[in-house]
Design a protein around this ligand. Structure first.
Ligand code: NAD
Length: 472
């Protein structure tokens, strides 16, 4: 058990006791209709917005304590992002909740077909530490909008944000349908034993397998938002200074602890030196001295810092390379002379270390992706349309950024999610509503004129022939 108490228990109580029966209790809010009215969903979304906007400085302080996030970054990528998701959901509720009419086959007419979204029920949302507010609350927006009840389990590795969420949620959200359960492996394990109607997990692929196995026991569907090694490919036709600025921004954001950060760069050999120079320039422009820059975050904890320190040995640090344990600081680092067999290329880096590996043209890049796991994102920087088209058509990834990194995560119309080892399911905007909904197929047929008569048995003579023609 983690060293902090859960929200629902006294210190020292077993995690199971804290969460016992929670799924069933929350499901009741859905089955008894509490969460279904549009007005209720709108009020809950208002509560969520108020929870963020009335305590902005406390959220900023929590994110600074957990990850050294700057105020601006906290707004851009956490507080502001969730507020705009919640506002858009509230504005769209009527449209999202409406039935969608669909065509009916001739043989069944007259009849009316439609899909009607209904809440899946009680959802479990398990969040990671790197965007501890956004990744706990953006899925919750979808859950509320869809009329679900939800337990949010924030990451124990961002303890200040987790504690603030546990403190403020009951003040702003109806505890009949939203709960926050703090804790680590033990608490999550106890939660996972219960029968949920959806498990929405964000984090690494190893724990995702634990989550998927627990879900399988109850045939519970999952959304798995995972990570992986998202590459950036820089083609010789690229606007190299622009590519460098955009990659540097996407990589140094949150000190590289971003699931869609460019993990490493593959660059056409002939422009590799120029790109490294431009990366050096862009890094200096954006962060000055990163040690004193208020815009450069810190590594979440000592364990991750040591992991990153170990990866520095995989190449030559041409920019950065220094580590200050006491300050949880790892400098923005550009590594060259990196081999595909080295440690830094074996796992997701998830920190401010950027290996640059030369490659021989589009063919060479596509070849590197053939045996790789499908990443959460892939970025191509090129002005040559054919190069872009080939990457678009011949590689697979959760998302593709063309001449831009990371920013697709802020375009709410786009589904955000992975494929293969980088996850399954997607959310953001309407996709969040869909993730927590079941699209019920509805067929309604008036009874006055029973045109179905011809397909009722007994099937003999003309009737049989007609039925065969209609249904065949
Ligand atoms: P983490 O260690 O915070 O774990 C995620 C959650 O799983 C936490 O709530 C944690 O308590 C829980 N957990 C940990 N071990 C568990 C276990 N044995 N059983 C049950 N629950 C357990 O986060 P992490 O895994 O270090 O997160 C980093 C990973 O997440 C990276 O791979 C990153 O790419 C990925 N990520 C993906 C997205 C996305 O949106 N796709 C976003 C952020 C991070």
């Amino acid at each position: 058990m983690s060293d902090r108490a859960t929200t629902d228990t006294l210190p020292g109580a077993a995690p199971d006791a804290a969460v016992d029966g929670l799924a069933a209790e929350l499901r009741e809010a859905v089955t008894t209709g509490v969460t279904r009215p549009r007005l209720y969903r709108a009020q809950q979304l208002d509560g969520l917005i108020a929870m963020l906007l009335q305590h902005t400085s406390r959220w900023e302080a929590a994110l600074a304590a957990d990850l050294g996030k700057s105020e601006i970054e906290a707004h851009l990528t956490e507080i502001g992002l969730v507020v705009s998701e919640a506002r858009a959901a509230k504005r769209s509720l009527r449209r999202w909740m409406a039935a969608t009419p669909l065509a009916t086959p001739l043989a069944l007419q007259p009849a009316f077909a439609k899909t009607l979204p209904e809440p899946l029920g009680a959802a479990l949302i398990i969040a990671p530490w790197n965007y501890p507010l956004q990744l706990a609350l953006a899925p919750l927006v979808g859950a509320i909008a869809a009329g679900c009840a939800a337990v949010v389990k924030p990451s124990e590795l961002a303890p200040t944000t987790s504690a603030l969420l546990a403190e403020l949620a009951p003040q702003h959200l109806d505890p009949r349908s939203v709960r926050v359960v703090e804790g680590g492996v033990d608490e999550t394990t106890a939660l996972l034993e219960q029968r949920w109607d959806l498990i929405f997990y964000t984090g690494g692929a190893r724990v995702a397998r634990v989550v998927a196995a627990a879900a399988a026991k109850h045939l519970t569907p999952t959304v798995l938002e995972l990570g992986g090694k998202s590459p950036a490919y820089v083609h010789r036709s690229a606007d190299i200074p622009a590519a460098a600025r955009r990659i540097a921004w996407g990589k140094w954001l949150n000190a590289g602890q971003t699931c869609v950060a460019p993990d490493h760069i593959r660059v056409d050999r002939e422009v590799a030196d120029e790109l490294v120079e431009e990366l050096r320039r862009a890094t200096a422009e954006q962060l000055g001295d990163p040690r004193t820059s208020p815009d450069f975050a810190r590594i979440v904890n000592g364990r991750h810092l040591e992991r990153l320190r170990g990866l520095l040995a995989s190449g030559t640090a041409v920019v950065g390379g220094d580590v200050d344990e006491a300050d949880r600081f790892v400098a923005p680092t550009i590594l060259t002379d990196v081999d595909d067999a080295s440690a830094v290329m074996q796992e997701e880096i998830f920190g401010p270390i950027l290996p640059v590996l030369p490659v021989d043209g589009v063919d060479g890049f596509i070849e590197t992706m053939r045996d790789a796991e499908k990443p959460l994102a892939l970025y191509v920087f090129a002005r040559d349309r054919d190069a872009v088209r080939r990457v678009e058509r011949e590689t697979s990834s959760g998302a593709l950024g063309i001449n831009i990194a990371v920013a697709h995560a802020g375009a709410a119309a786009l589904p955000f999610g992975g494929v293969g080892e980088s996850g399954s399911g997607a959310y953001h905007g309407k996709h969040s509503f869909d993730a927590f909904s079941h699209r019920k197929a509805v067929l309604s047929k008036p009874t006055g004129l029973d045109t179905l008569r011809m397909i009722y048995p007994p099937f003999s003579g003309r009737r049989g022939r007609l039925a065969k023609r209609l249904l065949g």
